[in-house]
Design a protein around this ligand. Structure first.
Ligand code: GMT
Length: 383
């Protein structure tokens, strides 16, 4: 029998899908008997409960008048080094290359006189396609990825993009995953009554309202839809574009029909009353919100971009359209809202696909196998 592992995980705790994936991965690994130590600036949002196999170590930062910018990367490296030494971690798994891969590299080098601590970096999207490719970060991002002992990407698209942008090739694709028991459609009459009291159809958007998500497009699409089908739109999340979304809602006279509910702890409740998910992003390396919706039998209307075609099957589990084509997206929404039978069939197939391709039962063993592969490779004598 293989022994359980001691794994350090670093991620962004509050903002975005990479932190959600990291937290869910940690919980799944702990359920399978491994011990997981989260090393981050704050407790990751999805990590509500710690246990004897799930630990959290906060990165402490000394402020000093001389520091115009606090050296977080160094504080993180120090914490990773300390936790790895004290808890005898087998490996460090960092999510989002910048700056986590660099901090992990530093921690590994600090520990090297004692022993070798393998580092695995998971690429999530903008760490490559937006921030990482920017000239100010490109060389150091490339270095961090190249120095990692193992690199995974959440989609084939992201693997290809990394090869093209950085000229780096040895990347394993391990897609994002969903726990099919937690993510399942459950009746929620009170919530439906609150947002659709007259039996309106319910559209949902979930994002961090950054420009790349094109949240304002949802309001433009909805403005066209609501002229022809009674509907409500629930916008979940918060971020820079929220004010613009609220302004557009007023301008289109949609107050009371569009509900900006901010960040919500229980996404499943909202997805359980949703008829469709809108995801008009400019780019998604994967599109975790799409997968969460699919698991709850919600078809997805999304942009044909990045890794989304690997998640949403056009015409089968949702519709993919060119980014920014508001009118075409609105037509697709109207068509599906008017055809209950087709929409429900798409929802059924969406859940089927989510479970068949992206269930935690299928994906977590890929991470476990990859950990063991990297450990076996790095336990050979280092040059
Ligand atoms: O969006 C980001 O800046 C990074 C990241 C995050 O932390 O939310 O999002 C990416 O990772 C998610 C989880 O793997 C993916 O589902 C998102 O598609 C991806 N975002 C982008 O590619 C824009």
């Amino acid at each position: 029998m293989t022994r359980p592992l001691k794994i350090g995980i670093t991620c962004y705790p509050t903002y975005g899908g990479s932190g959600i994936v990291a937290a869910e991965l940690g919980k799944e690994l702990a359920r399978r008997g491994h011990t997981v130590h989260f090393i981050a600036a704050a407790l990751p949002t999805r990590l509500t409960e710690l246990s004897e196999r799930l630990f959290f170590h906060e990165v402490e930062m000394l402020d000093y008048p001389l520091f115009e910018y606090l050296p977080y990367d160094m504080a993180l490296a120090t914490k990773q080094f300390r936790v790895a030494r004290e808890y005898e971690l087998d490996l460090l798994h960092v999510h989002y290359a910048i700056p986590h891969a660099i901090s992990a590299y530093l921690a590994r080098e600090m520990l090297r006189p004692h022993r070798y601590l393998p580092v695995i970096t998971t690429l999530h999207g903008t760490d490559i396609t937006l921030v990482g490719r920017d000239r100010s970060y490109l060389p150091i991002t490339r270095f961090g990825i190249a120095q990692s002992d193992g690199v995974t990407a959440v989609s084939q698209y992201l693997r290809r993009a990394t090869c093209e942008i950085f000229g780096l090739g040895d990347i394993r694709v391990i897609p994002n995953f969903i726990n099919g028991e937690e993510y399942a459609r459950r009746p929620h009459p009170e919530l439906r009554e609150r947002f659709a009291p007259s039996g309106e159809k319910v559209l949902v958007h979930i994002s961090n309202f950054r420009p790349i998500k094109r949240a304002p497009d949802c309001v433009e699409i909805f403005a066209r839809v609501v002229e022809r089908v009674p509907a409500s739109l629930i916008m979940i999340g918060d971020g820079p574009d929220r004010a613009r979304v609220e302004w557009l809602v007023e301008r289109h006279g949609l107050t009371g029909r569009v509900h900006c509910v901010g960040k919500q702890p229980n996404i499943v409740d909202f997805l359980s009353i949703a008829d469709l998910l809108l995801l008009p992003s400019e780019m998604e390396a994967f599109g975790l919100a799409a997968l969460e919706a699919m698991a709850c039998e919600v078809p997805v209307i999304a942009s044909r971009t990045g890794g989304l075609p690997e998640v949403v099957e056009d015409g089968v589990t949702g519709c993919l359209l060119p980014c920014g084509e508001i009118a075409a997206m609105a037509e697709a929404v109207i068509r599906l809202l008017r055809d209950d039978a087709q929409r429900r069939e798409m929802g059924r197939r969406a859940r089927e696909r989510a479970l068949a391709e992206f269930s935690s039962e299928r994906i977590i063993p890929m991470y476990e196998a990859y950990y063991r592969e990297v450990l076996a490779r790095t336990s050979e004598p280092q040059q």
